[in-house]
Design a protein around this ligand. Structure first.
Ligand SMILES: *Cc1c(COP(=O)(O)O)cnc(C)c1O
Length: 438
């Protein structure tokens, strides 16, 4: 600065007043837990019913109804729900799946455990979801599925993805861990692909502990998920126990009593109990979050360097519970100000959680290059006769630039206009005074 005069607009990092003097933790506290949640959980604990499935089956019925799907299974984690879904979709040794290079590792890492390889595609700048233009050329004779992550609540471009998948006869698995209740053109994500799995762990927007859920309208996929990890349910309503007349071409009935995946997929019923209660309020609470974050971004409309991470208004698409809310950064509009400096200055204004980036790129990670999971003397990515789809640095430009293009924004849980204005003012002030940070 040329002058030492401090004004209301002086950046806090330069000694000016903070835009957010005091953080009210109730604005961010999540999940919202009431007496009803506590009673439901206590009932399970008092009955010693943590490992039964009476409540979990009720939760599954509630969840399926809420999603609008025929089937639902409850899992101990999102990771396990995804693994069940992957096997159900027929992914096995030597196969390939396509997944975004920028997502949480659980979206695809258990693919290796099935002896398959992950072919990573780039993400789009606007959505941070898989780029539909980077999918089709990756499909080969062994490609079985496309994993779609609705990143940070943003619905991926399902029309284009489904068209590509149907044309090439590959399955679509939706990872809705960030997107409970997100709408894509008016339809709930998780109901558009062949099968969906999602995390419901404590940090997610539908937060009930360490838990996950699978939903589908496809009976065979549902039955295969049961056979893979629900040993005590196989033999109940499962087609694999029906023997003759089984609708599946893979009759696993003779394996009754032992899960074919060797996994034990059973949700702790304290989570299921809380899930039943949380579900009753989820739509209303997510709508409040949407009002709050839309207000925040409306206040920042037109500010140079900053772009909202949300679908266009009037598109029928939403951000669901706006999990891990991000903003998009255009450094060249701020004279090339490095995002780290921008975030540092916003943080100095009193805003918690404004760091650069999102999930780190997966395609360059050693697990997808060198890991020899099965002790075969070669990396699992190529150990089963797959094409070598490993990719090094420089192959997925948007994914690799994630720490320069995305930053954290407050995940408001309540629409409190005056407070939200103060947070928006912090970002606006820093963007408008980017010159001062040179
Ligand atoms: C959280 C998360 C998962 C894994 O869920 P867990 O319940 O933690 O096992 C999977 N995919 C994505 C995109 C996630 O963010």
């Amino acid at each position: 600065m040329t002058t030492a005069t401090l004004t209301a607009q002086t950046l806090a990092i330069k000694g000016g007043p903070k835009a957010v003097e005091k953080v009210d933790p109730t604005l961010f506290a999540w999940p919202i837990v009431t007496k009803e949640d506590e009673e439901a959980v206590l009932d399970v604990v008092r009955r010693g019913a943590m490992s039964s499935n009476d409540i979990s089956k009720l939760f599954e019925a509630d969840f399926a109804k809420w999603m609008g799907t025929k089937y639902c299974l409850s899992y101990p984690s999102g990771t396990s729900a995804l693994q069940g879904a992957f096997w159900a979709c027929g992914i096995g040794a030597g196969d390939e799946v396509i997944c975004a290079g920028m997502t949480y590792w659980a979206s695809c890492t258990s693919i290796l455990h099935l002896g398959a390889a992950v072919n990573f595609a780039d993400v789009e700048f606007n959505s941070l979801c898989i780029d539909p233009n980077d999918i089709e050329h990756r499909i080969g004779p062994k490609t079985r599925a496309i994993i779609v992550v609705h990143y940070a609540g943003y619905p991926a471009d399902m029309d284009r993805i489904m068209a590509i998948a149907r044309k090439h006869n590959v399955k679509v698995i939706e990872d809705c861990s960030h997107a409970h209740g997100t709408l894509y053109k008016g339809r709930k994500v998780g109901t558009i692909g062949d099968i969906a799995a999602m995390s419901c762990m404590s940090g997610k927007s539908f937060a009930i502990g360490e838990a996950g859920v699978m939903v589908t309208n496809n009976e065979e996929l549902y039955e295969r998920c049961i056979a893979y990890g629900f040993y005590e349910r196989t033999g109940g309503p499962s087609i694999y126990a029906k023997g003759e007349g089984a609708v599946s071409n893979v009759d696993l009935s003779r394996f009754k009593g032992v899960p074919v995946g060797g996994q034990k997929h059973r949700m702790n019923q304290t989570c299921a109990a809380m899930g039943r209660v949380q579900l009753k309020s989820y739509d209303q609470r997510a709508a409040e979050i949407q009002k709050a974050l839309n207000r925040f971004w409306d206040l920042l409309e037109g500010v140079p360097g900053l772009r909202a991470h949300r679908p266009a208004k009037g598109s029928g698409s939403t951000m669901g519970g706006w999990y891990a809310s991000r903003g998009l950064y255009v450094a060249k509009e701020l004279g090339g100000l490095p995002i780290a400096k921008f975030c540092e200055a916003v943080s100095a204004e009193g805003v918690p959680g404004c760091g650069p980036g999102a999930n780190f790129p997966l395609h360059t990670h050693a697990v997808f290059h060198d890991l020899d999971l099965f002790h075969q003397g070669k990396p699992t990515m190529i150990a089963f006769g797959q094409r070598d789809v490993r990719q090094g640095k420089g192959t997925l430009p948007v994914t690799e630039s994630i720490h320069e293009i995305a930053f954290g924004v407050p995940w408001f849980k309540h629409d409190r206009p005056e407070e939200i204005e103060r947070y928006a003012a912090a970002y606006r002030k820093v963007a408008q005074r980017a010159e001062d940070l040179k």
